[in-house]
Design a protein around this ligand. Structure first.
Ligand code: ADP
Ligand code: MG
Length: 567
């Protein structure tokens, strides 16, 4: 039932200019449609929107008497007394949108049916205020299915200054499109269709799935790289506590835009261009976002109406909160949590497949027919081997080769050593000094020649200063004397494995004997060949894989080919 608001209530409602531009007409009409419980909202715009805006819905419609009253000032079915302002759950409540629009336009035509056998048409002509009798209002029967259509033509036709202040038709339509998009994304349960000069520019399916709405607005890439979330936070202000429910869909950080306009927020169902909340969403992404990039997502807030004041902004872009900081913090932390639990791997099928098929290679035969075809990031050798692409970790391969050679050398005759002239001075911690003491023979056999220096470890302090007179030079590459500390420290940190083997492993993995990054093609081929002749080629001395394989089938599936090379 529509009734007039008393003057006291009216004055409590911030008046503000409702109709600033075509997009504000679109917002008001769309919000009315949503308040009426529409499942489908169709918006049509001609030109910049001043020519014609038409919004049709399949909501509950109005009876004849209500329809006639709806276009008059301060008439609303949504609020009966000022008290209700605290608890209003609908998007509209001021009761001034339709009359304000009618006053700003040459003509407003409202056709509606609340489900009865016959509908109603109300036409307001000539602008002005209906209650002042400045314009004609005609009410007549009309055929229409349940729902409401409002068509506004000649907006600002008698306000040349206002009309002149508008941007180009494209820019004005873009604003309309932005507000419709905001609603389409925050209300994925409603089907939205937007047409400009007869051409459909946006259509969401109303499936109540964020992914479907994102698909319609941003396309496949964004929609397939998004995760939905649903959380709630307690906020308190002045001793009172409320629950803020936050849900929505967040595109993964690889989907970004240069502006923050693509963070779509709503508060209690009202879609808003709310800068603080948008910032809170971006803050929730934090360092996940590349510098200067903004996220894409939909974030909806629900909190008790008494905690929200929708009256702070005439165009309803911003809202007031009982504690804005607490609400922003709730949004930020909800987003952060959602992103930390979301599977942010590139979720395309190719990536998934690659991931699951990157298996360590174990068959000995792969090295028989293997060709190095390239390198990646100076770290990985790419090799073709039958129907597989092998990726060899260059450093891990070196470590394996070195380790097996060292082991062999130590087992037979020790390894080559070169003398350090003049001898280098090296300090070891008490523990390392003790460990060196216990493994002196092995260390000497590895090629180090070490002499105590001054008081050394045996004289009480425990800290040892040593003179390194010779270092191992396995495979012709001399160790730095400092490596003594590394080698001994690594042994100290090791578990109860054979310390001799541990030393060998550490020696093998020591940077000083890893080949440099600048392998020639020949070096690369030789490295892979030597790896192939190792006893255990598929792991480095510490057990990490040296080679991963991706089979051709992965690419066939990933690229959607039906079969191998011919597909
Ligand atoms: P408000 O939305 O603030 O109540 P409006 O001027 O926008 O004020 O609308 C006045 C009244 O007209 C509404 O309260 C509602 O009862 C009715 N109304 C407007 N649009 C529709 C619609 N699309 N479907 C059903 N009722 C509507
Ligand atoms: Mg309204």
């Amino acid at each position: 039932m529509i009734r007039r608001l008393d003057p006291g209530t009216r004055s409590k409602i911030a008046a503000g200019e409702v109709v600033a531009r075509p997009a504000s007409v679109a917002v008001e009409l769309v919000e009315n449609a949503l308040d009426a419980g529409a499942e489908t909202v169709e918006i049509e715009v001609d030109g910049d929107g001043t020519d014609r805006i038409r919004v049709a819905d399949d909501g509950r419609g109005m009876a004849e008497s209500d329809a006639a009253l709806a276009v008059e000032r301060h008439t609303t079915s949504k609020l009966s007394a000022a008290d209700d302002l605290e608890t209003v759950e609908t998007l509209g409540f001021r009761g001034e949108a339709l009359p304000s629009i009618a006053a700003a336009a040459a003509r407003l035509e409202l056709t509606t049916n609340d489900g009865g056998p016959r509908g109603t048409r109300v036409v307001v002509d000539g602008g002005g205020d209906a209650t002042d009798g400045e314009h004609d209002k005609t009410v007549s029967p009309a055929g229409r299915a349940r729902g409401t259509t409002v068509e506004v033509t000649g907006l600002f036709s008698d306000r040349p200054a206002r009309k002149k202040s508008l941007a180009s038709p494209k820019a004005e339509f873009a604003r309309v499109s932005a507000v419709v998009t905001r609603y389409a994304l925050t209300r994925p349960d409603v089907r939205f269709v937007l047409r400009h000069d007869g051409r459909e520019t946006l259509a969401t399916p109303g499936t109540d799935r964020f992914a479907d709405a994102l698909l319609a607005v941003y396309g496949r890439d964004a929609a397939s790289h998004a995760s939905t979330f649903d959380s709630s936070r307690e906020v308190s202000a002045a001793g009172e506590t409320a629950t803020v429910e936050v849900d929505g869909a967040l595109c993964h950080p690889e989907v970004t835009r240069s502006r923050r306009d693509h963070v779509h927020v709503s508060v209690n169902g009202r879609a808003l261009a709310e800068p603080r909340l948008r910032r809170a969403v971006a803050d929730g992404y934090g360092t996940l976002l590349p510098d200067g990039r903004e996220p894409v997502g939909v974030v909806r807030l629900r909190l008790p109406p008494a905690w929200v004041d929708h009256n702070v902004h005439p165009a309803k872009d911003e809202v007031g909160f009982r504690d804005a900081d607490a609400v922003a913090e709730a949004v930020e932390s909800s987003v952060r949590d959602a992103l930390s639990t979301a599977d942010l791997r590139r979720s395309g099928e190719v990536a998934m497949d690659l991931d699951s098929s990157l298996a360590p290679v174990e068959a000995a035969s792969v090295f028989d027919d293997l060709r190095v075809i390239g390198r990646f990031r100076g770290l990985y050798l790419l090799c073709e081997a039958g129907d597989e692409l092998l990726v060899v970790d260059q450093h891990a391969a070196h470590e394996r080769i070195n380790y097996e050679r060292l082991r062999e050398a130590v087992e037979s005759a020790g390894i080559d050593a070169v003398s350090v002239d003049p001898p280098a001075t090296v300090s070891l911690s008490p523990t390392d000094a003790a460990l060196l003491d216990a493994n002196r023979d092995l260390v000497e056999k590895l090629g180090f020649r070490v002499a105590e220096f001054g008081d050394g470890s045996r004289s009480g302090s425990g800290t040892g200063t040593y003179r390194v007179e010779a270092v191992p030079a396995p495979l012709g590459r001399p160790f730095a004397p400092d490596a003594l500390a590394d080698v001994v420290a690594d042994v100290a940190a090791g578990d109860d494995a054979d310390p001799r083997d541990e030393l060998l492993k550490d020696l093998a993995c020591h940077p000083s004997i890893k080949a440099g990054d600048d392998l020639t093609d020949d070096d690369a081929a030789r490295l892979v060949e030597r790896l192939g002749s190792c006893e255990t080629p598929y792991t480095c001395p510490h057990g990490r894989p040296t080679v991963l394989a991706i089979d051709e089938e992965t690419f066939v599936r990933g690229f959607g080919r039906r079969s191998g090379r011919l597909g």
